[in-house]
Design a binder for this molecule. Sequence first.
Ligand code: FAD
Length: 285
Amino acid sequence: MKTVDIFKKKTVFSLEIFPPRADMGEKVIYDTLDKLSDISPDFISVTYGRNSGENGCRTVRIAADVKEKYGIESIAHLPCISFSKEQITGILDSLKDNGIENVLALRGDISDDTVPTGDFRHADELISFIRENYDFNIIAACYPETHPESQSAAHDIRFLKNKVDCGADHLITQLFLDNSHFYSFREKIAIAGIDVPIEAGIMPVTNKRQIERMVKLCGVDLPPKFVHILEKYGDNETALRDAGIAYAVNQITDLIAQGVDGIHLYTMNNPYVAHRIYEAVQNLI
Ligand code: FAD
């Protein structure tokens, strides 16, 4: 099923997982999926990163298994910056052959060791390529607090509109910790004429190092009430985990009350945390 169709029926609740490190073996992700599948999310998305294997074979396989073995719709993430058209065609063919219908089309982060091929400079070029050559439902990323490389929020929204015009059917946001950023972004993109479903990306913060890394990487604002939590519970793993879950539940409750199209939970492959959050919000969805 194309994810865009699920929004027509309900408030979507979806999960994100990532392929585990190669040295951990694949069993670990299937143990995680065994536990996450109890939640019956509307779909599970599988990221594409350094543990995705050659030409994304692990991302493709896990996304195919989510659908085939667990009976849950899946999305495969696909960052394009380091790939040639030929390689992207190979990966898209393999997604299609594995019955995957949904692709999150991304540029990918640019780090010191990224070697851009020049075939796809931005996500919009990948989106157009997919739209012209395949029948996938296309998802794109968006940034309530503006993408860190962007010149301004207005520029970022203009490029987002372009991604939608090129064929993105549904958007998922970067994580945010202050819902007011999401509400103001939602208003601005509506004014810009973007009318596809937009899912709010929620990351339950359960350890201090993780949030410090995320804030640095994504340029996410830390609201004072969140800073107080870090200060008070930062050195107590269990207390921080519980406070992080409570914080995420609060965010989600407010978002659903204010009519969000969907919640995309960055599970960090932690089924315990995902379950606790789901149990707290399942009657709201
Ligand atoms: P783009 O849409 O290309 O935007 C990147 C920057 O360029 C922005 O500043 C934008 O304003 C600007 N821009 C866009 N189009 C143009 C244009 N035509 N001309 C000039 N400037 C332009 N990364 C991974 O490697 N693997 C993953 O699995 C993954 N999953 C993600 C899932 C979500 C929900 C999100 C939000 C991010 C994910 N990322 C992932 C990270 C993502 O790759 C980075 O945030 C990356 O820096 C930008 O990707 P993008 O697709 O948004 O890029």
